[in-house]
Structure formats: structure tokens, C-alpha cells
Design a protein around this ligand. Structure first.
Ligand SMILES: C[S@@+](CC[C@H](N)C(=O)[O-])C[C@H]1O[C@@H](n2cnc3c(N)ncnc32)[C@H](O)[C@@H]1O
Length: 255
């Protein structure tokens, strides 16, 4: 995906869906909108130690540090390729990237994090209850967590295209399951928000996002076609049996 995005946009991009704020925004701005929207729940980050679980190529962490500041940011991910990209620009920053599994967080000490964020990564975890157990363990008593995830709608058995899902490590949960993971680990959601409409609108104008850059005509047309098909697929999913949810919470006893 990183290579495709570099080919299409000329430089590396965040690895999540775009979020609509206003007309005529670029793909990059709409991706940043999603992070801004997440941070608007959390507030001042300057004295906070932030953990991004499933940090991908690290762009979210860099964006957060640059725009909001932080005492320290730790990004963890399982993908060596993404971590390799993420680590390229950490010198003179407060950011570090570690290889770890969201369901284990073996490198993250107990009660060490003020803020945990997880953007479009949780649907890859087969054992989401283990992930919530880790949130409970590593979050400070007054800490907060924010998860953005694509969840199944009630009635979606999630078994269609199972062979494709398995190869892509897709394990979508539904909202009921989210409630169980949270309450079962003595955590609580203080807010939840359905972002589906804003995400679908985030794709408005996508046909003009790809410009020629250094691409020859054939590659340019192929890239446009790929983008259009990918966007149609993502929107179709969100219009039929998935929804795009934000969950914001903390320890139950602090609520
Ligand atoms: C769609 S990308 C999102 C990356 C980033 N959060 C963003 O918004 O740009 C999902 C990321 O989750 C990571 N991931 C998948 N399973 C994981 C796991 N069990 N533990 C840690 N990271 C995982 C993948 O390697 C990938 O980098």
C-alpha cells in the first residue's frame, strides 16, 4: 500500500480513510482531518505520553507531534516494512517506534500511558479481547483511549469472502462485541460516534486526487482505475454491512 500511495501522490501518506470537513480538500488533508477529529476528544497533549497501537508507517505520530506536541509518543506495529519507514525520521523527535503485537504489548510497562490511540488497525486483531486487556494494563488510572475501527453492522455474519478476509487478516467485530470487550475488562466508553457519513463524503472528489506526477500515461490511467475501484469497494462496504465507528473511553472506576 505504501508503494501504491507514493506512486499515486508522489510521497508517503497515512494509511487510513479520508474524513470530510469541507469541499476541495486533498486526500492528505482529509486523512489529517480524521486525526484532528480524534485529538479533539482528547484535548491538550503536551504533557502526555501517547501510545499509537498499529501505527503503520508512522505518519500519524509525526503529524501529532508536529501539530499538537506531546511529552513522548510511542508507536507500535507488527509490520517491519512500516516500521522501517516510520523510523527514518525519528532523530530529534520525541517519537520511538517498536515492533510489538497489539494483543500482547510486551514492550509497554503497566500504567505507563496517558493516551492510547488505535486508528484502523483493530479490525486486524483476531483476539480483540486480548487487545482490550492490554489497554486496561498499560493505561494510567486517569488515562484515555480512542479507537477508530470499521465494525460489522448487526446482521452481518462477516463470513462472506472468508478466504479473502483471511488472507488480509480481517476480523471485524460488531458494536455489541466492542461493548463486551470494554465492560469485560473494566473499561468504559464515554463517547462513541458513527463517522460513516463523514468517511463516505471524504471520498468526494477522489477522481481528481491522482495527478500525473512522473507517471507515464498508461500508469496514470491504471492508477486512476485502481483508485476508483478501491473507493467504490470501500464505500459499498460502508453503505451495506459495515460502519465506521469511533470509541473513546477510560477506566470504569474513573468514569
Ligand atoms: C490500515 S493500517 C493503519 C495504520 C495507521 N494507524 C494509520 O492510520 O495510518 C493497519 C496497521 O495495523 C498493523 N497491525 C495489524 N495487526 C497488528 C497487531 N496485531 N499488532 C500491531 N499492529 C498490527 C498493520 O501492520 C498496519 O500497519
Amino acid at each position: 500500500m505504501n508503494e501504491i500511495l507514493v506512486t499515486a501522490f508522489g510521497r508517503i501518506q497515512m494509511l487510513h480513510y479520508p474524513f470530510y470537513l469541507k469541499e476541495d480538500e486533498s486526500f492528505e488533508e482529509r486523512q489529517q482531518n480524521l486525526i484532528d477529529h480524534c485529538i479533539s476528544y482528547i484535548g491538550d497533549l503536551r504533557e502526555k505520553h501517547i501510545l499509537e497501537v498499529g501505527c503503520g508507517n508512522g505518519l500519524n505520530c509525526h503529524y501529532i507531534e508536529g501539530r499538537y506536541g506531546a511529552k513522548r509518543i510511542t508507536g507500535i506495529d507488527l509490520s517491519d516494512e512500516n516500521l522501517g519507514i516510520a523510523r527514518k525520521h525519528v532523530e530529534n523527535t520525541k517519537i520511538s517506534f517498536i515492533r510489538d503485537n497489539a494483543q500482547e504489548l510486551v514492550h509497554i510497562p503497566d500504567h505507563s500511558m496517558d493516551v492510547i490511540i488505535c486508528v484502523e488497525s483493530a479490525f486486524h486483531y483476531p483476539d480483540k479481547n486480548a487487545f482490550f486487556r492490554q489497554i486496561k494494563r498499560v493505561l494510567k488510572p486517569d488515562g484515555v483511549f480512542l479507537i477508530v475501527d470499521i465494525v460489522r453492522l448487526p446482521g452481518d455474519a462477516g463470513r462472506s469472502l472468508w478466504f479473502w478476509k483471511k488472507s488480509k487478516l480481517l476480523y471485524h467485530a460488531d458494536e455489541m462485541e466492542y461493548n463486551q470487550y470494554s465492560s469485560g475488562n473494566n473499561l468504559v466508553f464515554k463517547h462513541r460516534e458513527n463517522l460513516t457519513d463523514r468517511i463516505i463524503r471524504g471520498y468526494e472528489g477522489h477522481v481528481s486526487w491522482i495527478n500525473r506526477n512522473n507517471l507515464n500515461l498508461i500508469n496514470y490511467l491504471l492508477m486512476k482505475l485502481f483508485t476508483i475501484l478501491q473507493v467504490r469497494f470501500n464505500i459499498a462496504q460502508l453503505k451495506s454491512h459495515k460502519q465506521y465507528m469511533l470509541f473513546y473511553g477510560g477506566h470504569r472506576d474513573q468514569a
